[in-house]
Design a protein around this ligand. Structure first.
Ligand SMILES: Nc1nc2c([nH]c(=O)n2[C@H]2C[C@H](O)[C@@H](COP(=O)(O)OP(=O)(O)OP(=O)(O)O)O2)c(=O)[nH]1
Length: 252
């Protein structure tokens, strides 16, 4: 098997990067078959055509503070075996795969970035102080009574971190300094009238730099220890983020 690996940082949330990648497909002149998909984390295609007896193309999507890191691996086998096959690979096939992938990845990154402008993102703050994290209970709406991270929707043209700072000011009357990206989860519902499951929640560790939290929107605010997090009745989408928050509290 020959192989090449590509990593691309796409300025788009996980679900947008995955869905745009899916629509664009793979840059091969013959159709590959999707053999595995785990939206929005990974997918795998296989097929064959032209000089290639077998192609396996896997893609993994990792959330980062700067966007989604797309890690792709292309593996193939030539139709021609042995020395001639290796020569063919080095002179023709590899160059072809590289060229096709580079053009495809440029297109992919630009398309995902454009699409991200139309999908409303949600940001949340894990505000930590004295070994505890501030959690908030929603007072109204479909998630009334459930716990969440303070935060809200990123407005059009606003950066994610500016939205995080603004939401904490509006909801809690505190000034915060974002510290590090903690994780991202898909939101299964409809956010701001978009398609179901199009948006994600991206959570950042933050420190309060001025003020004491005053509750303006929630039914309750609570400073929770790492050990208390699991037992709270969370919005279900948030649960996969709890290990990262617990690890942060344990580390600080
Ligand atoms: N803030 C926050 N929202 C969450 C979390 N988990 C989760 O599923 N959501 C969902 C609930 C809502 O559908 C959406 C956020 O909407 P929001 O109502 O808080 O946003 P917002 O402050 O901008 O409010 P508004 O403009 O609708 O008044 O994300 C979470 O941990 N924090």
């Amino acid at each position: 098997m020959f192989q090449l690996r590509f990593t691309t940082l796409v300025e788009a949330p996980l679900t947008v990067a995955f869905d745009v990648g899916r629509v664009l497909g793979r840059p091969w002149p013959w159709a590959l078959t999707e053999v595995a998909t785990d939206r929005p984390h990974a997918d795998e295609h296989r097929g064959a055509g032209g000089l290639l007896a077998q192609v396996r193309h896997t893609r993994r999507f990792h959330p980062t503070g700067a966007g989604t890191l797309v890690d792709e691996q292309v593996e193939w086998e030539n139709r021609v075996p042995g020395f001639l096959g290796r020569l063919l690979d080095q002179t023709v096939v590899r160059r072809h795969v590289l060229g096709a992938m580079q053009a495809h990845l440029d297109l992919f990154a630009a398309a995902a970035q454009r699409r991200a402008e139309d999908v409303v993102q949600v940001v949340g703050a894990a505000l930590v102080s004295d070994g505890r994290v501030l959690v908030a209970q929603r007072g109204a709406g479909p998630f009334a009574g459930l716990w969440e991270f303070p935060g809200g929707k990123v407005e059009r043209g606003e950066s994610e971190l500016a939205a995080l700072v603004r939401e904490c000011r509006e909801e809690l009357s505190v000034e915060i300094a974002p510290q590090a990206f903690l994780g991202e989860v898909p939101l299964p519902g409809v956010v701001a009238g978009g398609a179901p499951s199009a948006s994600t929640l991206r959570v950042w560790w933050g420190r309060i730099v001025a003020g004491d939290p005053v509750d303006h929107e929630h039914s309750e605010l609570r400073w929770a220890t790492a050990g208390e997090l699991e037992a709270l009745d969370w919005i279900p989408a948030d649960r996969p983020l709890l290990p990262a928050v617990r690890a942060l509290l344990d580390r600080l």
